[in-house]
Design a protein around this ligand. Structure first.
Ligand code: SF4
Length: 293
């Protein structure tokens, strides 16, 4: 829980606040954009939540914040309980966002996908009893797909709890000693009829995306939706190899998908044809900027 003594002066209003321990991971701004805003290098409250929906979103942000930087002076236990219970939170059909983002992955989003042949955890949230119980109720975890070395968080504890197979690329495998399935090479690999592992080196050498049912593309830190430009964006910091990153992005044109589900940044759902246009735009944008500078 946040510390009132470290409350940032940039917060507006009396109840919800962000303290100075914020790591600017963006999670609260994704979950409760009507309450939280980026202010300098940190988040703060620019408008107190009003009504049940905004309160619920603000409490979800409080729970998901990886470092406990969000506080509420009037502790509303009922909304708090509802916010905890809302995770894993349904996004679409059998797809869930887990909440409880982990400081170990700098607050990256993680996802849970229910499937009749076994459930998938995509990157890892904090290891918390609430999620363990929820995952048990939803049928356990068969695979833990790790998009890259930075977003491993508590995958080992979830793997042990559920006897799950952790998948990571060989180039990033040092982050997961004892990983049960180490992916080699840069060619896509099909896992059953509905899952395709697509290596997308660039942000890290071992970055991978996971495509499910030609619908969901889990991208880790490779690519996300940028709310400021209303378009796709690539990893811009901590890039292992920009040329390879660009090639990996062009390779995604070979695949059909409607959703981009990133670790950091906003997710987006668009019709597949429009998604392809956005991907072309992203690639063209980068080529233009390359010529300019
Ligand atoms: S979720 Fe927490 S750490 Fe992340 S930006 Fe918001 S207040 Fe900061």
């Amino acid at each position: 829980m946040a510390d009132k003594n470290k409350r940032l002066a940039s917060n507006i209003g009396d109840n919800f606040f962000v303290d100075s321990t914020c790591i600017n991971c963006d999670t609260c701004r994704q979950l409760a954009p009507t309450t939280f805003v980026e202010h300098g290098d940190l988040s703060s409250v620019y408008q107190q939540p009003v009504g049940d929906d905004e309160l619920h979103a603000a409490y979800q942000a409080l729970i998901a914040c990886p470092v406990g930087s969000i506080g509420a002076v009037q502790d509303d236990k009922s909304h708090m309980r509802q916010a905890v219970a809302s995770f894993p939170s349904n996004i679409d059909l059998n797809l869930y966002y887990n909440g409880f983002n982990s400081e170990k992955s700098f607050g990256a989003n993680s996802y849970f996908l229910q499937h009749p042949d076994g459930n998938w955890l995509i990157d890892s949230p904090r290891y918390v009893r609430h999620l363990v119980t929820a995952f048990e109720r939803m049928g356990g975890i068969k695979y833990i797909f790790l998009t890259h070395e930075d977003d491993v968080a508590d995958a080992g504890r979830y793997a042990k709890q559920f006897g799950a197979t952790r998948m990571i690329h060989a180039a990033d495998a040092e982050a997961v000693p004892g990983a049960e399935w180490v992916i080699q090479g840069v060619e896509p690999i099909d896992v059953g009829p509905e899952f395709r592992i697509i290596p997308v080196p660039g942000h890290t050498q071992g970055s991978m995306a996971l495509l499910h049912a030609d619908r969901y593309l889990f991208t880790g830190d490779h690519m996300a939706w940028d709310r400021d430009v209303s378009g796709l964006r690539l990893a811009t910091v901590y890039v292992w190899n920009e040329e390879v990153l660009r090639r990996s992005t062009a390779g995604l044109l070979d695949h059909r998908f409607e959703w981009v589900l990133p670790g950091h940044g906003d997710r987006i759902c668009l019709p597949a044809a429009r998604m392809k246009q956005e991907l072309h735009r992203l690639i063209a944008r980068r080529l233009i900027s390359e010529r300019t500078f």
